[in-house]
Design a protein around this ligand. Structure first.
Ligand SMILES: Cc1ncc(COP(=O)(O)O)c(C=O)c1O
Length: 493
């Protein structure tokens, strides 16, 4: 449908438009995978905005006929996406794109007015907003405001306030092993803006192709593509991104989550880190490190950042989105020497510098030890929640294999084959009020190589459905309740 205009009715005549073009792989997919491919294509179309909020979908009969698949498959896809909040439907008047639209965080209920919110939402990505340290933040806000001289309220240094850059450099050096001097730290609006600044800088010096992990974050490819770069998916094994595939991809930069790969949960091995750095040196390439949840490690001290091994070849990015709250939009980029000047100029022309008061506040918060206190407090809570999830899975869905448990805010649960095929399990879980994301959501329909521990990415692993379960935003009781609901959905025919 042309641009997904609200109220338009896409159908047989619109098969060539961008949104419906995404669904064409459904036809080519093997019969058992068609349901998954259809759901992934629809989600992607909504997420990317190709299907705009309010757009009406064709009837299940029409879409089934267009795609050459059974009507039941389309009905099931519509039901599943309705339960997840992507679509909304009302009896007799059809199915519409909901206004949850692009990747609303799990905690955002604003779009829940027209669709029932799930009773328990295991979709990953959110910290617990209830752990936000409101009193300490308010006190830091008061002190920061009182302490800012008049002249500091002018346009700030585009790199960030000197006191925040010093505080962040010291924090990253101490906690993450980053080689950070304040002169190369740029304060920005989260990892997202850091990636955009890097993408614009790389694009300005000749463009080229950027490799993204597969499976990987939806955001990486979207951010680099939005800045005009070509992205190429590169697969992983159990040690990290495949260096041979990276070399063959023709990319000149690669975006990595080495401390806790998103979403598979693996930590890159030391050997793989060396191999990727060797690629960067040989190919004059750049590794972009997304340290999105590297502070949370439960079995031992966090693995140091890749950047510390070669700061000339790695751009390091991080933020307070997992440690404090994503809505603060506060993060940092530690730039390699050769790129720092241009990145700062990009930041200046993008927004004339980061909001001063937010920066002064965070500088105060870090300097007084509040940030470390927050990390300790969240780390304790999240470890308990992870343990509650592991216990509940062992008790209610015996035979589940759980990986990626040592760090971060989510795990991968491979359910035993008796839980049934993926499409059926997801539809039943949604009806039972549990929102879950399968690992296959993070793969393109045809992955370039199997993800870690996979038999080929058909959403199953020897008949096992693999789910990415986020737990940090749920209390132990909610987690146990959600796993019981999931077990019930898996049990009943
Ligand atoms: C792996 C990963 N990195 C980074 C981000 C964005 O982080 P920030 O809030 O710091 O921009 C996300 C958010 O979806 C993510 O999933």
């Amino acid at each position: 449908m042309d641009g997904g205009a609200p109220g338009a009715t896409p159908g047989a005549g619109h098969g060539g438009s961008a949104a419906w073009g995404l669904l064409l792989p459904v036809r080519e997919a093997p019969p058992r995978q068609r349901g998954r491919v259809l759901q992934t294509g629809l989600r992607e179309a909504v997420r990317s905005g190709r299907l705009a909020p309010g757009a009406r979908l064709p009837s299940s009969r029409e879409l089934a006929a267009d795609l050459g698949v059974s009507r039941g498959l389309v009905t099931e896809a519509y039901e599943q996406l309705t339960a997840e909040g992507y679509l909304t439907s009302s009896r007799g008047s059809g199915t519409w794109v909901g206004d949850t639209a692009r990747d609303a965080p799990a905690g955002d209920r604003s779009a829940g007015e027209r669709t029932a919110a799930p009773a328990v939402d295991f979709r990953p990505g959110s910290p617990d907003p209830a752990l936000f340290p409101r009193a300490a933040w308010a006190a830091a806000h008061r002190r920061a405001l009182a302490g800012l001289p008049h002249h500091a309220l002018g346009y700030p240094d585009p790199r960030g306030l000197p006191e925040l850059r010093s505080a962040v450099a010291a924090l990253l050096t101490r906690r993450r092993g980053v080689a950070a001097d304040p002169g190369r730290v740029v304060i920005c609006s989260g990892v997202a803006q850091a990636m955009t600044l890097l993408a614009l800088t790389l694009g300005g010096s000749g463009g080229g192709t950027v490799a993204v992990e597969t499976p990987g974050s939806f955001e990486h490819a979207a951010l680099f593509a939005a800045a005009g770069l070509r992205t190429v998916p590169v697969g992983l094994d159990t040690e990290g991104l495949l260096p041979g595939d990276l070399a063959a991809s023709g990319a000149r930069a690669a975006v990595l989550t080495p401390s806790h790969q998103f979403p598979s949960g693996i930590a890159y091995s030391a050997a793989r880190r060396s191999a990727l750095l060797a690629w960067a040196r040989d190919a004059d390439g750049l590794l972009v490190e997304d340290d999105y949840d590297g502070d949370f490690r439960y079995d031992r001290a966090p693995v140091g950042a890749l950047q510390g091994l070669d700061p000339r070849r790695v751009a390091y990015t991080g933020s307070v989105s997992k440690s404090l709250a994503p809505g603060l939009r506060l993060g940092w980029l530690v730039a390699p020497d050769g790129l720092a000047g241009e990145i700062v100029e990009r930041k200046r022309t993008m927004d004339l510098g980061h909001p001063v008061l937010d920066q002064a506040l965070l500088a105060d918060f870090i300097a007084r030890g509040e940030y470390d206190r927050q990390l300790r407090r969240c780390g304790r809570a999240y470890r308990q929640r992870r343990d509650a999830l592991l216990r509940a899975l062992a008790e209610h869905i015996g035979g589940t294999e759980v990986t990626g448990i040592a760090a971060g805010l989510h795990v991968i649960a491979s359910l035993p084959p008796r839980c049934g095929p993926q499409e059926r399990l997801l539809a039943r879980a949604a009806r039972a009020g549990v929102a879950v994301r399968p690992l296959s959501d993070y793969l393109p329909p045809r992955p370039p190589s199997p993800p870690p521990g996979s038999d080929g990415g058909d959403g199953g692993d020897g008949g096992r459905v693999r789910l990415v379960l986020g737990y940090a935003h749920l209390t132990p009781n909610r987690i146990a309740h959600g796993v019981r609901l999931l077990a019930g959905a898996a049990r009943h025919p």
